[in-house]
Design a binder for this molecule. Structure first.
Ligand SMILES: Cc1cc2nc3c(=O)[nH]c(=O)nc-3n(C[C@H](O)[C@H](O)[C@H](O)COP(=O)(O)OP(=O)(O)OC[C@H]3O[C@@H](n4cnc5c(N)ncnc54)[C@H](O)[C@@H]3O)c2cc1C
Length: 133
């Protein structure tokens, strides 16, 4: 009989913990504000399960060779790290629309080019426009 296997709780830690320490920096008061309430809790549960630290009300100020400097309630804090993933939001890119709108008789601006949102809105706007032409 093989009796040197790790226990289930140890396996769970090894499975979920990973090798990296991760910190999510969020300038808002809570994380995942734009995630629907029916799924937000699952994301939060995963973050906890993977031991991801979250810092809310924290403004990223600078990325240095040592990590990321944040401002949290007036205090400057260095979060040491060797990998930084920037996910700071989106903005519409619609310069093509702006350039074409005076040159063609009919043009529609839809989806993320109108305003960055979700796939559902982009598909719905595409459908709505498609039904009018
Ligand atoms: C990381 C990430 C995760 C996301 N997760 C989700 C999610 O879980 N659920 C959800 O609903 N939404 C999600 N979204 C948002 C979703 O992807 C967008 O809302 C959706 O793709 C918008 O569709 P769109 O057709 O307006 O634009 P896009 O999907 O961006 O399509 C525009 C297309 O136009 C092409 N294009 C650009 N310029 C030109 C040009 N000059 N000539 C020809 N082609 C051009 C681009 O290459 C691109 O293929 C996510 C977005 C990102 C960035």
């Amino acid at each position: 009989m093989f009796n040197q296997a790790e226990s289930f709780p140890t396996l769970q830690v090894l499975l979920y913990q990973g090798l990296k320490k991760i910190t999510v920096v969020e300038m808002l008061k809570t994380i995942g504000q734009d995630i629907g309430p029916s799924t937000r809790w699952t994301i939060r549960q995963d973050l906890a399960r993977h031991s991801v630290k979250t810092l809310t009300s924290a403004n990223a100020k600078e990325i240095t060779a040592e990590g990321v400097i944040i401002d949290r309630e007036g205090n400057e804090i260095l979060i040491r790290g060797n990998t930084v993933v920037i996910a700071t939001g989106t903005r519409a890119v619609n310069d093509l629309y702006e350039r074409l709108k005076e040159r063609v008789p009919e043009i529609f601006l839809i989806g993320d080019a109108k305003a960055p949102r979700k796939a559902l809105e982009a598909v719905a706007e595409g459908l709505a426009v498609g039904r009018t032409v």
